[in-house]
Design a protein around this ligand. Sequence first.
Ligand code: SF4
Length: 328
Amino acid sequence: MIDTILEVDRIRKKYVIEKSFLGREKIVLDAVNDISFSIKKGECFALVGESGCGKSTTARTILKLIDADGGKVIFEDKTLFDVENKKSISNKEMCRLRKDMQIIFQDPFASLDKRMKVGQIIAEGIKKHRLIHGKDAFNIAEEYLRICGMDKEAINRYPHEFSGGQRQRIGIARALAVQPKFVVADEPVASLDVSIQAQIINLLNELKTRYLLTFLFISHDLGVVKYFCDRIAVMYLGNIVELAEKKDLFDNPMHPYTKMLLESMPVSHPKLRKQRLSIKESEMTLKDRENGCKFCNRCLYAYERCKNEIPVFKEIEGDHFIACHLYD
Ligand code: SF4
């Protein structure tokens, strides 16, 4: 585990949804179901899949923003939680670790406090985690704003005075100003215009190299992760169905769902893409999800076994993992 910064071992998260008005009927949804992967220092690891597949829940569980129902996460040499062995890092220690584990949120409009000036927003983390106070904290905030492509005057303005792309730059400056080792970028460009998306991805690329950062990058768009990530895990309804080096995944996609995602890439309008991918989702029954491959109802290659047997996630060839009966 010398060059591994994060190890995720069979984490699980369930949500119970009340179906009837009085809450008598309940559905248990496996938002994250036995997910395992590790991330090397300096690597950018992507979790990709349609919205609702569990990628953000995975990230939030790893960061202990929500509690896991099972599994274990180790960051560097610290066990953040190990549900089966009833171990969990103390709140005080987790608070200290938040300096090293930062998150950039999807929505730059909601993630910044409207009542605070930009300088205060960024300096808050610097004061708390780097124990630097007064003017020095604001000087550092100004420096990170500059690095993220903003004028230093931004420090005295409020978030609502900026565009979506500029607010995301402020969010990035806030995350990086505490000098983290590991950053979760949760759909950081999903709510931005396409031209602004490219600028933010370029900025993240520069910062990754400059500060030797490790990223867990979450996206519904394979086109975005193509330019940023080293390895990609494709998620479908709570499970990783394929995991490979970026080049391997794009040159040689194996799982039918990954192929479908790649085929959807040329469709430029997000609404059209969503329609195409969701075409058979409503036909899926809970029984299908429990007993067989969750992708069964949408898969062009499905056969009888797929309905009755859950495919095992396994290595097919060097560092290329897949969960599909076609490769048994
Ligand atoms: Fe398709 Fe069957 Fe493979 Fe699932 S296991 S992806 S249904 S072929």
